[in-house]
Design a protein. Sequence first.
Length: 223
Amino acid sequence: MIIEQLDARVRLPLVDIALSALRALTDAQYRQFKQNITELVEADRTIALFEWSLQRILLHDLDAKRFNVTHPEQLGEALEFSRKIIAALERCPKRLAPCHNDLIAANFLQGEDRLYLLDWEYAGMGDPFVDLGNCAVNFCMDEAGCLTLMESYLGREPSQVEMAQLHLLRVLSDLREAMWSYVQVGISTLDIDFHAYGIKHLDRFLDNAKSDSLKTWLGAVGG
């Protein structure tokens, strides 16, 4: 059975079932697994939302475990919320566009008459709402800022569903950032408290995931 034939609600739980076996791989087997995952995701030169979730959240979790990083206890609860968000977003209409995939403030450079976007390491064809969500959370945009961002991108007033997609991916972006930080705890040589950085993003994700707004956004996209 191909992945598109599976109900969106059971895709990530199936990944959970495989986690214990994946954590038992030897170093050589794990390197090969990561290479296979990357090649499969990039084979069609596009990155769908499920593929993005699988590649970022799954591999960040496995990478951290291999470097003996202890995840905070609230991560399990966070992953449960992420499954609901991803399953709901899978029901939304799909579109593809060139994406930067790392829209943090440090990657924007203001020139004399234009704005430059730097560091295209993670760029590829993908869901533009993932990029927009990352941008919104990294610039701490409020409701008005998110609306302005969507109006500027779309060139029109966004629909309720489109705004809900943005907000759900804005929330989910914090979990991705937290998972990335736990990998850095194990591998980085920089003098940065990545554990505290990860907790900040994880706590913000959980605060948003438990809000009434999340229920509204999930309902708007049919979740």
